[in-house]
Write a protein that binds this ligand. Structure first.
Ligand code: FES
Length: 104
């Protein structure tokens, strides 16, 4: 599966995501370092916030209560918001397009 990433400055890059990774790890592996992912993927920092394209967001695996609560702490939450560390490449319905959310 491929992930197309739009950075905060509008730069776009498409990477092939390795199975077994989270989307956050795949983004970091692609060299996009503006996704801080401070907690390393344990769903406690919300610095891996991304916007998923509207066509796909509904078909992703549902978010946990923890993810929901953390996203609520972001002033940039939208209906397209997800924490990328909580999305598994293996569970994606297909290719993914995401945009890195602004820093809180
Ligand atoms: Fe911290 Fe996702 S990396 S919540």
């Amino acid at each position: 599966k491929s992930i197309t990433i739009v950075t905060r400055s509008g730069e776009e890059r498409t990477v092939t995501a390795s199975p077994g990774l989270s989307v956050m790890e795949a983004i970091r592996e692609s060299g996009v370092d503006e996704l801080l992912a401070l907690c390393g993927g344990c769903c406690s920092c919300a610095t891996c916030h991304v916007y998923v394209d509207p066509a796909t967001v509904e078909s992703l695996s549902p978010m946990s209560q923890d993810e929901d609560d953390l996203l609520d702490s972001s002033e940039h939450r939208t209906a397209q918001s997800r924490l990328s560390c909580q999305l598994k490449v293996d569970e994606l319905p297909g290719d993914l397009q995401i945009q890195i959310a602004p820093e809180d």
